[in-house]
Design a protein around this ligand. Structure first.
Ligand code: CP
Length: 479
């Protein structure tokens, strides 16, 4: 997406500015008021839905949305029934399908697949979920549901529970909520906490801090799972606050505050299932049964939750009991139905069939940070399900470099981090351990970074003799 333009593809939620998100939700609300008035908006347009991973809601609501706009859909739901089964690449598949349709909606098990698709498609691409990376249109309908409930997106309070590690809906939702100033309380399943790359992105791209807190009344969500003292001792919530000095002062290093829910402010509880298909297996059979936050009539009986709403991207397994289905606080089926007007709105805007708002046209794209470094010959993304690993011949090696909180490269496709072990300075004869990359004046683009020391050795570089120094190299840093 260009700095001052409307998006051509939606690969991550950051492809939409806050104004553009509000445009989508405003148009969805208009559609909700009189859906039939929008029939014919997409007549003579074709949407290709490439769903190479199972889906009920996302595919169903995208296709329903296109049909309700008067457009048509063509679909692939199984790679085994397409020429991918004969070895055709994703890039070629996308090239071909983009010749048959005006819009591609893709769900794929590889992280970064939607970005690769956008690079090879002649028509706009919408990410309908790419592995454990992102699910931006789920976030749009989540925000629509929240806005319908609270009449605003500003300053919400939301507890996000369950599999925070591998749930792509959580990753996209968190980034959007942060941008709208939400207070987020993370209530993870034990062992499925937010991954480092998401936490680091919160700090470096969105300038938000995460604090470890006592979950307070939210501890009830762990229910009987906290029966064992061993588990109880290990379960914490995390709390995200804007990085503002007066707030920082509240949380001294090591201090632990308790979440207070009885302050009259609403609380949305967003529950997710274990993403077993992405390795989140904490079942008793796996030998790793751990505390998992669950919602049922009993855990929701406390007065702390009397004004809460319950959301879930679905499908559910056993973390959200059917005994909540008729409870007035449960919004997950409404949330799923909201997928249709929200996706009708997005399709209309992305195809230029309805105009973006004036503010959206003028506003620069979302915040970015870090330094994009296209030539990183000795850095390789190590994420097994990243499209750069699965289809290296078609994916560019492109990384964004960050110095804080640790030196790292972020893969442009899966957004996971690569921490190089070594670096060398321009024209230098030696390589250093990465913890010596400390000079603020050093430009990453003129240094060499290595994940594998053998690459440095192969260039004839020798290890720097810093271990023998009385002080580490860091003492030479000037500020
Ligand atoms: N919420 C969601 O993505 O559901 P499906 O996997 O059924 O599309």
């Amino acid at each position: 997406m260009d700095g001052n333009s409307t998006p051509t593809s939606i690969v991550t939620i950051d492809d939409l500015t806050n104004s553009q998100i509000e445009d989508v939700l405003d148009l969805a609300a208009e559609i909700d008021r009189d859906r039939d008035a929008f029939y014919g908006v997409a007549s003579r347009r074709i949407m290709a839905s490439l769903f190479l991973e199972p889906s009920t809601r996302t595919r169903g609501s995208f296709e329903s949305a296109m049909n309700r706009l008067g457009g048509r859909t063509i679909t692939t739901t199984d790679a085994r029934s397409s020429s991918m089964a004969k070895g055709e690449s994703l890039a070629d598949t996308v090239r071909i399908w983009s010749g048959y349709a005006d819009l591609l909606v893709i769900r794929h098990p590889w992280e970064g697949a939607a970005r690769l698709a956008a690079e090879y498609s002649d028509v706009p691409v919408i990410n309908a979920g790419d592995g454990g990376h992102e699910h931006p249109t789920q976030t749009l309908l989540d925000l629509y549901t929240l806005r319908n409930e609270y009449k605003t997106l500003e300053g919400l309070r939301i507890a996000i529970c369950g599999d925070l590690k591998n749930s792509r809906t959580v990753h996209s939702l968190v980034y959007a909520l942060i941008r709208f100033g939400a207070e987020i309380i993370f209530v993870p399943a034990q062992g499925l906490e937010l991954p480092d790359h998401v936490r680091n992105k919160m700090e470096t791209v969105y300038d938000r801090r995460i604090e470890r807190v006592d979950p307070g009344a939210l501890q009830a969500l762990y229910g009987a799972d906290l029966g064992e003292a061993e588990n109880a001792a290990k379960v914490d919530a995390l709390y995200i606050t804007p990085s503002q000095p007066h707030l920082r002062a509240m949380y001294e290093e090591g201090a632990k505050i308790e979440i207070q829910l009885q302050d009259g402010r609403p609380l949305a509880i967003y529950v997710t299932r274990q993403q077993v298909e992405r390795g989140s297996d904490l079942s008793e059979e796996s030998g790793a049964a751990r505390a998992y936050p669950r919602i049922n009539a009993s855990t929701m009986s406390g007065s702390d939750f009397s004004k809460s709403i319950i959301m879930h991207p679905l499908p559910r397994v056993d973390e959200l009991s059917p005994d909540m289905d008729s409870d007035h606080r449960s919004k997950y089926f409404v949330q799923a139905r909201n997928g249709v007007p929200v996706r009708m709105a997005l399709i209309s805007l992305i195809l230029g069939l309805k105009p973006w708002g004036a503010r959206s046209m003028a506003q620069p794209s979302s915040a970015t940070a870090g330094q994009v470094i296209p030539q990183t010959d000795y850095i390789r993304c190590a994420t097994p399900d990243c499209v750069t690993q699965k289809e290296a011949q078609n994916a560019r090696a492109e990384f964004t470099f960050f110095r804080q909180p640790v030196v790292r490269f972020v893969c442009a496709y899966c957004e996971r981090e690569v921490k190089p072990g070594y670096f060398a300075r321009p024209r230098g004869a030696v390589y250093y351990p990465i913890d010596q990359f400390l000079y603020p004046s050093w430009d990453a683009s003129d240094s060499l970074f290595f994940t594998d020391v053998n690459d440095a050795e192969a260039l004839g570089l020798r290890p720097a003799l810093i271990a023998a120094r009385a002080e580490p190299l860091a003492v030479e840093v000037t500020r």
